[in-house]
Design a protein around this ligand. Structure first.
Ligand code: ATP
Length: 216
């Protein structure tokens, strides 16, 4: 069965690296990929743009193609967005369909800080997306999970619903939302780092232009 892959994030704002790596993951895994904005991310400071604006940016960015979709269930649920709860919900809907949790290598390194993180490996497959600058000094308990679950052949993810880990070697793009927020707050216009459609509606990027940038 064709897997369902999820790329969660704050998307504050969505940038072209999100789109590029999600697209490449979809090609590499032959999977449907959905971008899933988080409501109240448990692991980080609150987003600058509100949920409505972040969804409007995602919708604008995803126009004109049908390989990447949008899933707003975490916003609808409200409260903290625990990935383990989201995966349980998806599993109930999708039955035995393979589900892949996509994580940038930086996010993957922080996994042991997540709610019920060991259970994530049973709830879904994990796809680690290469990301420039991400360190590989994983804590030993994470290395244990990788060693037990990693497979080289991406097709193995089609054969069972969950439990494997793959590394996805995507085109390195050293772009982050942090950097883009800083550029916008400094009055710059990072046109080619963001999906073009975000510039069509001035309201979309206004929260960042008005925000006093605090490095974090
Ligand atoms: P911020 O700078 O605010 O932390 P971000 O650019 O990392 O934001 P997120 O919304 O936090 O964006 O990222 C969502 C997911 O996309 C995470 O798993 C993250 O690791 C991954 N991701 C973001 N940018 C890249 C990139 N340039 N290459 C690979 N993965 C990325």
């Amino acid at each position: 069965m064709r897997p369902l892959a999820i790329l969660g994030g704050t998307f504050d704002p969505i940038h072209i690296a999100h789109l590029a790596v999600a697209w490449e993951a979809s090609e590499l895994l032959d999977a449907e990929v959905r971008l899933m904005p988080a409501a109240v991310p448990p692991h980080r400071p609150p987003p600058i743009a509100d949920a409505t604006t972040r969804v409007a940016m995602l919708r604008a960015a995803l126009g004109g193609q049908d390989r990447l979709g949008l899933d707003t269930r975490e916003l609808a649920r409200g409260g903290p967005s625990y990935t383990i709860d989201t995966l349980a919900e998806l599993r109930a809907q999708e039955g035995d369909r393979p589900i892949v949790l996509l994580l940038g290598a930086d996010a993957f390194a922080g996994l042991p800080g997540w709610h019920h993180w060991h259970a994530l490996f049973e709830a879904a497959h994990i796809g680690v997306l290469s990301r420039p600058g991400a360190l590989r000094n994983w804590p030993p308990e994470l290395v244990d999970e990788v060693e037990a679950r990693q497979v080289a052949d991406l097709r193995e993810l089609h054969a069972q619903p969950s439990g494997k880990l793959v590394e996805l070697d995507v085109t390195p793009l050293d772009i982050s939302a942090t950097r883009i927020r800083a550029l916008l707050a400094a009055g710059r216009d990072p046109r080619y780092l963001l999906p073009e459609a975000l510039f069509d509606d001035p309201a979309l990027l206004a929260p960042y232009r008005e925000h006093d940038f605090q490095p974090r």
